[in-house]
Design a protein around this ligand. Sequence first.
Ligand code: SAM
Length: 287
Amino acid sequence: MNLTDIREIEALLTRHGFHFSKTLGQNFLIAPWVPERIARAAVPDGETQVGVVEIGPGVGCLTEQLALRAEKVLSLELDETLRPVLAETLSGRDNVEIVFGDARKVDFSAIVEEKHKGLRHVFCANLPYNVTTPILTALIEAGGFEKIVVMIQKEAARRLCAAAGTEDYSVLSALAQWRAELQVLFDVPADCFLPRPKVTSSVIELRRRAVPLVADTDEKLFFRVVRAAFAQRRKTLSNALSSTFGTAGREAVAEALDAFGMDARTRGEALGAEQFALLTKALAKRL
Ligand code: SAM
């Protein structure tokens, strides 16, 4: 079966009494070049021993392409009504495992260890737009994937890549840029999906940094520092951090800002990922 042929998909879904859910962000790909190109980015020619984790197989068009390239594919799907559909479309794909459940509740570090032990860990998905932020945050915090290739809304991709100090810069941009090198690979127009969404999508790659931006940064503390800085965006960095870390926070901010040559009234959103890491180190010395 051609899993991106609109007529074949419609016939398949009608046969199984399936209805698209907006809440689940169900926009299925109907252009064959898209899943092929995403899968090639996730598992380039010649790469071996790759275990891919996917979220949201839908009817399985991307899953199928990934299965042709990877050693193993584990795909998490929330919608139980897709169970019989996937049993049909992916039958015979022995290296694919579909697990039904909510991807927001998954411990990604544990799952790759359990399911893809000894393999290189890659994450790849056409992400449901409504869970983009929580899923990407969890993936970045878990840190276990050497590469993440995801299709998200073009706007969301732009926000992820936003530079410090801009309006679009967020907790997620800082965390992502600290953990990985980001590259927007290509755009996908709305007419490549069924049903057609209102916006353009982008495929973005997050390649985990081989060498950390700042050596020996306490990861957990880094995440807390970034969150504390953004929790009160209107406050100065010094005030925002002292609400979470007390005097130690205030002193670390003073030292770090001085070292960066920045003003004491600086706000958290002005700091790039590297500066946040240096600030974390200054704070670690005081806690
Ligand atoms: N991969 C397919 C494709 O590219 O055509 C479908 C992608 S569609 C944008 C998103 C998929 O994610 C749907 O199959 C939807 O049911 C599933 N989904 C939505 N929320 C989910 C969640 N919290 N956990 C797991 N799957 C979810």
